[in-house]
Design a protein around this ligand. Structure first.
Ligand code: OGA
Ligand code: MN
Length: 279
C-alpha cells in the first residue's frame, strides 16, 4: 500500500481544513489514514477536493474510520444501502437538515462522524457551515460552565423544525422506523472520547429540554445557548465542488446547510460512522 503524504491547510480561524495530497482512487496505507484522522480531530471538519470516486471506493475509505451506521429515517441507495442520498430537487423548497444541528443526537449512541460527497451541485449557493463546540463551551463564563456541567439534556427526533426538513426524502424513500429510538438523554457538556476536551453538546435541531425541567422552563437558557454556539467567529463555510468530500466530527461540531439555491438540484452522498454513548 502506498503512503500518500497529506497537506493540511486551515480554512478559517475556528475550525475546518482542506486536506490535499490524497487520491482516493489509488491505494493508501494505514499511515495516510492516521494522518487524516489526526487532521479530523485537530480541525473538526476536513475537506478533500476532487475525489471523483465510485461508491465502493467511498465506502472503502469510510470504513477506515469506524463502523458504518445506517441513517434511520431514509433509505440508502439501492445498490449501496449504507450510502444515503441527500437530495434537493429543483421544485423543492426545503433542504434536508436545513437548520443548525448535530446528526441524530436523539440516538443513545449518536454517530462519531459523518461524510458527505458532493455529486451534483447548483451553479452557485448550497454551501454548508460548521461550528466548533469546543469553542462554544470554552467561551462561556465560569459561572455558566459550572451550572451547565452537571446537567442532562433530552434530545428528540421529533422537533417540528427538523421533521419538516426531511419530509420530502421520507416521502420518496420511507424507511420502517417503527423500532426507532426517538429520544435520548445526554450530558449538556460531554467529554470528547479522543481529545478529552469538553464540548457544548446541545443543539437546536434535536435538544428539547433539560432533564427534570419543562420545555417552557428550559427554553430561555437553551435559546441563549443555541444563539451563542453558532456565533460567526465559531464557524467555517464550505464552497462545494463536485467530488468534494466533507468529513466532520459529529461529537464536537454542528452544521447547517444554506438553502439558497431554489430551482436547482443538489445531490450529496452521505455516510455516517458509529459513535458511543456520550459521557
Ligand atoms: C446531513 C446534512 C448537510 C448538507 O446530511 O446530515 O446535514 O450540506 N447535510 O447537505
Ligand atoms: Mn446533518
Amino acid at each position: 500500500m502506498a503512503h500518500q503524504s497529506i497537506k493540511i491547510e486551515p480554512v478559517a480561524g475556528a475550525l475546518g481544513a482542506e486536506v490535499s495530497g490524497v487520491d482516493l482512487t489509488k491505494p493508501f496505507d494505514a499511515q495516510t489514514v492516521s494522518e487524516i484522522s489526526g487532521a479530523l480531530f485537530q480541525h473538526l471538519v476536513i475537506f478533500l477536493r476532487d475525489q471523483n470516486i465510485t461508491s465502493e471506493q467511498y465506502l472503502g475509505f469510510a470504513r477506515n474510520f469506524g463502523e458504518i451506521l445506517p441513517y434511520p429515517l431514509v433509505q440508502g441507495l439501492d445498490d449501496f444501502p449504507d450510502i444515503v442520498p441527500v437530495l434537493k430537487l429543483p421544485h423543492e423548497t426545503t433542504n434536508f437538515g436545513g437548520l443548525w444541528h448535530a446528526d441524530t443526537t436523539y440516538l443513545n449512541e449518536p454517530p462519531m462522524g459523518t461524510m458527505l460527497l458532493a455529486r451534483e451541485l447548483p451553479p452557485r449557493g448550497g454551501d454548508t457551515i460548521w461550528a466548533n463546540m469546543y469553542l462554544a463551551y470554552n467561551t462561556l463564563s465560569d459561572g455558566m460552565k459550572h451550572m451547565l456541567d452537571p446537567l442532562i439534556a433530552v434530545f428528540s427526533s421529533e422537533k417540528a423544525g427538523v421533521t419538516a426538513t426531511r419530509e420530502d426524502r421520507r416521502n420518496d424513500a420511507p424507511k420502517d422506523d417503527s423500532g426507532l429510538q426517538t429520544t435520548a438523554e445526554h450530558p449538556v457538556v460531554r467529554t470528547h472520547p479522543v481529545t478529552g476536551k469538553k464540548v457544548l453538546f446541545v443543539n437546536f435541531g434535536h435538544t428539547v429540554r433539560f432533564r427534570g425541567m419543562t420545555e417552557a422552563e428550559s427554553a430561555p437558557l437553551l435559546d441563549h445557548l443555541f444563539r451563542h454556539q453558532t456565533r460567526p467567529e465559531f464557524t467555517c463555510q464550505l464552497r462545494w465542488r463536485p467530488g468534494t468530500i466533507a468529513f466532520w466530527d459529529n461529537r464536537a461540531t454542528q452544521h447547517n446547510p444554506i438553502n439558497d439555491y431554489h430551482g436547482y438540484k443538489r445531490l450529496m452522498h452521505r455516510i455516517t460512522l458509529a459513535g458511543e454513548k456520550p459521557y
